[in-house]
Write a protein that binds this ligand. Structure first.
Ligand code: C2O
Ligand code: CU
Length: 415
């Protein structure tokens, strides 16, 4: 799979007719869908046409080798206007991901430098399937699915298997409802759930950066996906017309008790080689020389936030304790984390793997991951406004250093 992504400013017309001044890949928002199969070599050439601060491409949720991770100041220098950069990785996962710039991420992602990334099984499935990336994004004042800020209609033959790949590219959590059919949450953050049962009338809440795959068999009657509190939605029906009401059920889908338990590649987890604690609080202090109420991790303000050191092969347990009144979608690069417990209660359903965990106000989690991908990895809040204000840490393997630098002198600003 070869592709060129050109980062460029563009005026983009949304379906309603409204024009947004966006920063785009290839002149469109979201950027072009990237689809590859397990085993494929993905080769992406990133060209920066006119984004002054420079850009990168980060493959969110794909556990690529560290050098391909696309983080300015950590794994490369930002690609300056007129310059280009080549990414190369072999696909070893299947599921729903996305890509976005990781240079001044808090501004560049918001302006549109992101797109869907779908990794498919080695061989195409033989059944009739409709596969729809549902990338939701808030442009200045307009909320859209893809570039459509209206209620869309799509014709789908009854009995078709439909997979909606929900991607929340925004900083804040987003809620989605699916009306007109029972459905399953088939996957979270690119990992299939074990034995997901059909559910109905449950609202799905995705934290910033998260993905849920929702599957259903198209009935003869209309089905509607609706983004809660937004005009954007999709009505699926046999002939492309008709509708069905979709209201927020207020019953939140709970991944911690959904599906069936199953052994994981982490084994029994009888012992952990390392334990980390990540306590998020607010405290007065200075950030970037300015006084105010700052995000603190373990009592420290960035850049004094922790560097978690691991060795290859370590089984790591991490506790996340959010003592604030804000949502913090915590994202670890290069690894997937198995959620063990929430608020002291063990996960009872399917193994629940995440790369971006929607930590809600005052919640506590225990997660585990295997240190099997050497490098220097970011671990940060995917509310990128928070990350830019210091909710950023690193997981670093012993003996690994980087020749790249972040900060004013280098021009690299990952967040
Ligand atoms: Cu989606 Cu560090 O990013
Ligand atoms: Cu946050």
């Amino acid at each position: 799979m070869k592709l060129t992504l050109v980062a460029q400013q563009a005026s983009v017309r949304l379906a309603s007719g409204k024009v947004v001044e966006a920063w785009t890949f290839n002149g469109r928002v979201p950027g072009p869908p990237i689809r590859a199969r397990r085993g494929d070599l993905v080769e992406v050439t990133l060209v920066n046409r006119d984004i002054d601060d420079g850009v990168t491409a980060h493959w969110h949720g794909v556990d690529v080798p560290n050098a391909e991770d696309g983080v300015a100041g950590v794994t490369q220098d930002a690609v300056r206007p007129g310059a280009r950069y080549r990414y190369r990785f072999r696909v070893d996962q299947e599921g729903s991901f996305w890509y976005h710039s990781h240079q001044v991420g808090s501004e560049q992602v918001r302006r549109g430098l992101c797109g869907p990334l779908t990794l498919l099984p080695r061989t195409p499935s033989s059944t009739r399937e409709l596969d729809v990336p549902v990338v939701t994004h808030l442009f200045t004042g307009s909320f859209a699915i893809g570039a459509d800020d209206t209620l869309q209609h799509r014709a789908v033959a009854p009995a078709t298997t439909v997979r909606l790949r929900l991607v929340n590219t925004d900083d804040t959590p987003r809620r989605y409802v699916l009306a007109g059919t029972p459905f399953r949450v088939a996957a979270i953050d690119g990992t299939e759930l074990n034995a997901p049962p059909p559910i109905e009338n449950q609202t799905l809440e995705l934290g910033g950066g998260a993905r849920y795959d929702v599957t259903f068999t198209m009935p003869p009657t209309p089905v509607r996906l609706q983004v809660v509190d937004a005009p954007a939605g999709i009505v699926f029906s046999a002939n492309g017309s008709g509708d069905v009401a979709a209201t927020d059920s207020r019953v939140l889908f709970d991944p911690s008790s959904y599906g069936s338990p199953k052994a994981t590649r982490l084994g029994s987890m009888a012992r952990f080689d390392r334990r980390f604690r990540l306590v998020i609080t607010r405290k007065p202090g200075f950030f970037d020389g300015r006084p105010g109420l700052q995000w603190a991790v373990n009592g420290e303000i960035y850049p004094r936030t922790p560097m978690f050191m691991v060795s290859t092969g370590d089984l790591v347990k991490m506790e996340i304790d959010n003592r604030t009144n804000s949502f913090h979608p915590m994202h670890l690069h290069g690894h997937h984390m198995l959620v063990l417990s929430r608020n002291g209660r063990p996960v009872r359903g399917s193994p629940w793997w995440v790369d971006t965990l929607n930590v809600r106000p005052k919640e506590q989690y225990e997660v585990a991951f295997l240190a099997d991908n050497p490098g220097l990895w970011m671990d940060h809040c995917h509310n990128l406004q928070h990350a830019a204000k210091g909710l950023t840490m690193h997981v670093v393997y012993k003996g690994i250093t980087t020749p790249f630098e972040a900060g004013e002198a280098s021009g690299n600003h990952p967040e």
